[in-house]
Design a binder for this molecule. Structure first.
Ligand code: COA
Ligand code: MG
Length: 303
């Protein structure tokens, strides 16, 4: 498996590329990752101007450690190629990743990959720009494994439940809110995408929850995606940043316990034992492997 750059994506903040004010707030926010949007948050007549606003924000704001991402338009639009060319030519050194919405298959992603490779050569960029894709069409969900392995540049897949719901014909009032469906209506697509992401060594991230005043329901959605192996969730409003940072970070207690279990296992293995009891629970190689995930997350966060 190729080595991917490790980036935090506990909270990915969406910011309309037309808003200098929101871009400024986003750069100063605590979100791990900000995506400056050229797609749905920008009207067709404002796309060209938004590219310049985003370039300016990337080049002149202090982003600290924040992952700087630009969401471009999809390859079925007249804007995609120019979005990528303009932002990379004018701000390539200050872009960590490009987010591509609505790919249907591997070749859609390879279009963006090839264009980025050409631009990196032309501009002599030393640092490769990563790719993130939104899985938000039923065709993409059917092709999710081929999309996950479409190119080495790909780092992350995001489940985009708004467009996905429309694509499948799901009935819902607020995007992201499962509203009384018996069980979790997004369980299957989240699960399927997370399996494909993990198998390809990518981050799986959960998409938007638009009812931004309902933080209790937002937290439930974070918790569900966390349990499935996702590493973060979108924020469409600053109020959603802290809850996601909190839920997608292990507690110090979780980390201490994970290290303890691994130590117990290693000691037992050193004494020739495969499994031992610890605080009333069996610990074996699988436990050590499971808890290693917590330790890896803690290391990435710097806990
Ligand atoms: N990023 C940065 N700052 C944001 C923000 C965002 N996504 N959303 C809101 N803010 C700022 C507002 O500008 C406001 O700043 P102020 O206090 O200095 O005036 C503050 O946070 C509080 O915002 P609030 O008044 O509660 O909301 P609003 O009515 O200004 O904005 C939305 C509501 C939904 C229009 C706005 O949150 C938004 O545009 N979200 C992102 C939309 C998007 O990117 N969609 C595409 C991906 S799904
Ligand atoms: Mg979408």
């Amino acid at each position: 498996m190729p080595h991917k750059p490790m980036r935090l994506r506990r909270s990915q903040l969406a910011v309309p590329g037309v808003s200098e004010k929101m871009l400024t707030k986003a750069a100063a926010s605590k979100a791990d990752h900000v995506f400056c949007d050229l797609e749905d948050a920008v009207a067709p007549s404002a796309k060209a101007g938004a590219r310049e606003t985003i370039v300016d924000a990337l080049n002149h704001l202090d982003w600290g450690e924040t992952v700087r991402c630009v969401r471009v338009n999809d390859i079925g639009t007249p804007w995609c190629h120019e979005d990528i060319i303009t932002v990379v030519e004018k701000a390539g050194k200050n872009i960590d990743t490009i987010m591509l919405p609505k790919p249907l298959n591997a070749s859609d992603v390879q279009f963006a990959d090839t264009l980025l490779t050409q631009l990196e050569m032309k501009l002599g960029l030393e640092r490769k720009i990563g790719l993130e894709v939104l899985i938000e069409e039923v065709e993409a969900m059917q092709n999710v494994a081929e999309i996950a392995t479409s190119c080495e540049r790909l780092e992350c897949m995001i489940f985009g439940m708004g467009d996905y719901a429309a694509s499948q014909g799901l009935v819902m009032k607020n995007i992201g809110d499962t509203q009384g469906y018996p069980g979790d209506i997004f369980h299957y697509p989240r699960y399927q995408m997370t399996i494909a992401a993990r198998a390809a060594g990518l981050d799986a991230v959960d998409g938007p929850f638009v009812d931004f005043n309902n933080l209790e329901a937002y937290k439930v959605e974070c918790q569900r995606s966390l349990m499935l192996g996702m590493v973060g969730k979108w924020a469409i409003h600053p109020a959603q940043i802290e809850p996601a940072l909190d839920i997608f970070s292990p507690t110090q207690e979780d980390v201490d316990f994970a290290r303890e279990v691994i130590a117990v296992y290693e000691k037992a293995a050193g004494e020739g034992l495969g499994s031992v009891g610890h605080k009333g629970v069996m610990v074996d190689a699988a436990s050590a492997r499971l808890f290693q995930n917590t330790v890896n997350r803690a290391d990435l966060i710097g806990m």
